[in-house]
Design a protein around this ligand. Structure first.
Ligand code: PLP
Length: 396
């Protein structure tokens, strides 16, 4: 009899973390590896936020807190939702977890029964399907087309819905494509969801503050008739360069929030008291950092997209959010290049020119790869040269 549980056997370790780890190992072995796999900003946490954490330590904020968030942090989150998203929540409609990841995990653990389906548009963030599987649910993957900017269309949504659909996940701007839904696109999807009253909506807004080209952020809970069925997840990891602090949150219906609290009370209790104090400052303090950082990301995006599109066999859309691009490498997958799949491309790229990226198939769409441009321009320049020389070295 295996010591490992059946539910754990259903899932795999995060492929993006695996790539980052592989790059780390190669670097430790003396290789000059450029890692374009990480899903975190390279910027440091702003000083006002760090200082708030130091003050919290000195002031004795070092004890257990309320399970799903301190009153001060909940207040800051309520204010954020009202000011930025025009969404009104009360304190018992807010939950705080150890990263957005834990909030999502808790939500699935708290709501899924065996066989319940969760619609996940692909390409997707790698953790969604595995979290659903771990909670006993069934991921219903809906492949989206490059021609639709990798976004879910109303037709595809309609087709994917069944009697067993419990949740649909929307992630805008998206990891891994950087694509974000317009208000009009969300409204079109809403028309279908308004009629299907048993479906809950999970909106993952973690990249809300990283948008370009005047893309206006809109979240589905802003559709009044859907707010009471939507869990709007967000966090400080990406917006404020705070991935290591582990604070994520959500606003949603009281019954789901209460159930999430129950799961958390029996697992991690509360998120770190120090990190919560830091998150209060992130949300209430100066927001200057966001626009300065977005300008820098935009420069990098423009450079990366332009460089990739100059390479024969690669085709890259220009996304208007997050810090990822999701180019196609289909033009390089053939008998002559001896590359069959995106995994071959990614592996050879790492072996031959020491550039670490993640294969599209890890995100549910074969024939692509994800580049995170959350690294210095210097690194990106070197990486683009290496990718170009690798692609040009292939036989046609
Ligand atoms: N959602 C998406 C789409 C992400 O890319 C990530 C992190 O990579 C998360 C949620 C979780 O972020 P965190 O747990 O750091 O708040």
């Amino acid at each position: 009899m295996s010591i490992i549980s059946d539910s754990l056997k259903r899932i795999k370790p995060s492929p993006t973390i695996a790539v980052t780890q592989k790059a780390r190992e190669l670097r430790a072995a003396g290789k000059d590896v450029i890692g374009l796999g990480a899903g975190e900003p390279d910027f440091d946490t702003p000083n006002n936020i760090k200082n708030a954490a130091i003050k919290a330590i000195r002031g004795g904020d070092t004890k257990y807190t309320a399970v799903d968030g301190t009153p001060a942090l909940k207040k800051a989150i309520i204010k954020k939702f009202r000011k930025e998203n025009n969404l009104k929540y009360s304190s018992d409609e807010i939950t705080v977890g150890t990263g957005g990841k834990q909030v999502l995990y808790n939500a699935f653990m708290a709501t899924l029964n065996r066989g319940d389906e969760v619609i996940i548009p692909a390409p997707f963030w790698v953790s969604y399907p595995d979290m659903v599987l771990l909670a006993g649910g069934k991921p219903k993957i809906v492949k989206c087309n490059e021609a639709d900017n990798f976004k879910l269309t109303p037709e595809k949504l309609r087709k994917a819905i069944s009697k067993k659909t419990k949740w649909i996940i929307l992630n805008s701007p998206s990891n891994p494509t950087g694509a974000s839904y317009t208000k009009a696109e969300i409204k079109k999807l809403s028309r279908i969801l308004i009629k299907r009253k048993k479906i809950q909506i999970l909106s993952d807004d973690i990249y809300e503050h990283i948008t370009y080209d005047k893309a206006k952020f809109f979240t589905i809970a802003q559709i009044p008739s859907l707010k009471n069925r939507t869990l709007t997840m967000n966090g400080v990891s990406k917006s404020y360069a705070m991935t290591g602090w582990r604070i994520g949150y959500a606003g949603g219906p009281k019954d789901i929030i209460k159930a999430i609290r129950k799961v958390q009370s029996q697992s991690t209790s509360n998120p770190s008291s120090i990190s919560q104090a830091a998150a209060v400052e992130a949300l209430n303090g100066t927001q200057k950092f966001i626009s300065i950082r977005s300008k820098e990301f935009k420069k990098r995006r423009d450079f990366v997209v332009k460089s990739l599109n100059k390479i024969k066999g690669i085709n890259c859309l220009t996304p208007n959010g997050a810090f990822y691009v999701f180019p196609s490498c289909k033009g390089l997958l053939n008998k002559k290049t001896k590359l069959k799949k995106d995994t071959d491309f990614v592996q050879k790229l790492l072996e031959k020119v020491n550039v670490a990226v993640v294969q599209g198939s890890a995100f549910g769409l074969e024939g692509y790869f994800r580049i995170s441009y959350a690294t210095s321009m210097k690194n990106l320049k070197k990486a683009m040269e290496r990718i170009k020389s690798f692609c040009e070295s292939l036989e046609y």
